[in-house]
Design a protein around this ligand. Structure first.
Ligand code: FES
Ligand SMILES: [Fe+2]
Length: 427
């Protein structure tokens, strides 16, 4: 459990709050590159860490991320004209470049110097791995942009999507780090990975602190076959990386790896960025085709309401739970792994003042070790940032060589030696 004070400290992300300041020391994904498909295309609304912003791709391809409201009289920049290397407010024509400089102020005399003093708040951006990233913290504390292995995968072997989740970011992240739930919540998924999970519903968990956050290892007894070892990575502040066992249980240099980043929109909403990279060895189809098969998981293109990243199965229809199915073949009666996760995470018990999970009422057990460790690291980060230090995991050197992996380790062998090569990045 957490005290109500610490729960508050970890969950709130606006500027000036302890976690809000921590989040502002990391680069955050803000959009898929495809949401700003070409120079001078339509600007897009972005809400991030409780701030309303507008993103635009200018004539030269540069990405601007500026305050959603014009510094003249606070008109909405969303309706602006994206033209000739800047975004022009359509109320009185003031125009700003991607750095936030006012480059045209047509309502003042030509001789006026006012333009030189006007700025719109703007954040640094970076584009890589089909994503647009932003840094919202103090410039002198800005780390190099992130460099996760999956970001180095060639475009042909990387797939990135995003999904809207209607809950506080921390309870969504906790779902990602909670290894034990997959033996229960997702029990209707019938392939080798989950069979290995089903055989032992009480995995032993080790958590080892690293410069990027921690590595956590679950060991599930698989009888005479050995131990099913899953090595996951928690990369601060909100990323999980995981491997996937292949049907033939062979090891490959470029296995399919997956992960999520739970990016806070504000205190009560999260944008989940989902990535997958590598070669899928469970099917002869290339990665791209296989990801189309994501449909039905709750992440596929047919699972969301067109024009949004929101699930069709959501709290308004109880995630379309089928109680007959729940009695017959499915543990939950809810179809789709991702939807199952959302159903639990989006409806957790708050403290009566709102929907944020009230952790002062929990009773944690041995399988919650990774969650406890994550909360401690985040509390440490709030102290580090308050002391003027860079938090763990922000420097790309801390995470560039990090990789997850899982496999069946033969009886009486040391998993570390067995997996040493597999855990080294190959891209
Ligand atoms: S409010 Fe934007 S130019 Fe006047
Ligand atoms: Fe899950």
């Amino acid at each position: 459990m957490l005290s109500r004070e610490d729960n508050f400290r970890l969950t709130r992300v606006s500027a000036g709050t302890p976690m809000g300041e921590v989040m502002r020391r990391y680069w955050q994904p803000i959009l898929l590159s495809s949401e700003l498909p070409e120079p001078d295309c339509a600007p897009v609304r972005v809400r991030l860490l409780g701030e309303d912003l507008i993103a635009f791709r200018d004539t030269s391809g540069r990405i601007g991320l500026v305050d959603a409201y014009c510094p003249h009289r606070r008109a909405p920049m969303f309706y602006g004209r994206n033209e000739e290397c800047g975004l022009r407010c359509v109320y009185h024509g003031w125009k700003f470049d991607a750095e936030g400089n006012c480059v045209d102020l047509p309502t003042e005399p030509v001789s006026s110097k006012m333009k030189d003093h006007i700025k719109i708040a703007a954040y640094k951006t970076y584009e890589k791995a089909d994503l647009i990233w932003a840094y919202m913290g103090p410039t002198d504390m800005m780390p190099e942009p992130p460099d996760y292995e999956w970001m180095r995968a060639p475009k042909t072997h990387l797939h990135v999507t995003k999904t809207y989740e209607h809950c506080n970011w921390l309870q969504a992240l906790e779902g990602g780090l909670d290894t034990a739930h997959s033996s229960f919540l997702h029990r209707d998924k019938l392939w080798v990975g989950s069979k290995l999970r089903e055989r032992d519903g009480a995995p032993r968990l080790d958590v080892e602190k690293t410069d990027h956050g921690y590595t956590y290892i679950s060991h599930r007894n698989s009888g005479e076959d050995g131990t099913y070892v899953r090595v996951y990575q928690y990369v601060m502040p909100h990323q999980q990386m995981r491997g996937g066992v292949t049907k033939d249980q062979q090891r490959y240099d470029y296995p399919k790896l997956d992960g999520h980043l739970w990016v806070p929109i504000d205190d009560q909403q999260t944008m989940v960025y989902n990535w997958a990279c590598g070669i899928d060895h469970n099917t002869p189809l290339p990665l791209e085709h296989m990801l189309k098969a994501d449909t039905g998981t709750g992440r596929g293109p047919d699972d969301t309401i067109p024009g949004t990243f929101k699930l069709k199965k959501n709290p308004s229809n109880d995630y379309m739970i089928d109680r007959a199915l729940q009695k017959a073949t499915s543990y939950t009666g809810i179809t789709g792994v991702n939807t199952q996760d959302f159903a639990l995470q989006e409806s957790m018990g708050g403290d009566g003042s709102g929907p944020i999970c009230d952790r002062s009422k929990e009773n944690l057990g041995s399988t919650d070790k990774a969650i406890i460790a994550m909360r401690n690291l985040l509390l440490e980060a709030t102290r580090d940032v308050a002391a003027g230090k860079r938090p763990r995991g922000a420097d790309p050197k801390s995470h560039c060589a990090t990789r997850p992996f899982d496999t069946l380790v033969p009886p009486n062998t040391d998993w570390r030696k067995e997996m040493e090569y597999d855990l080294k990045p190959k891209w």
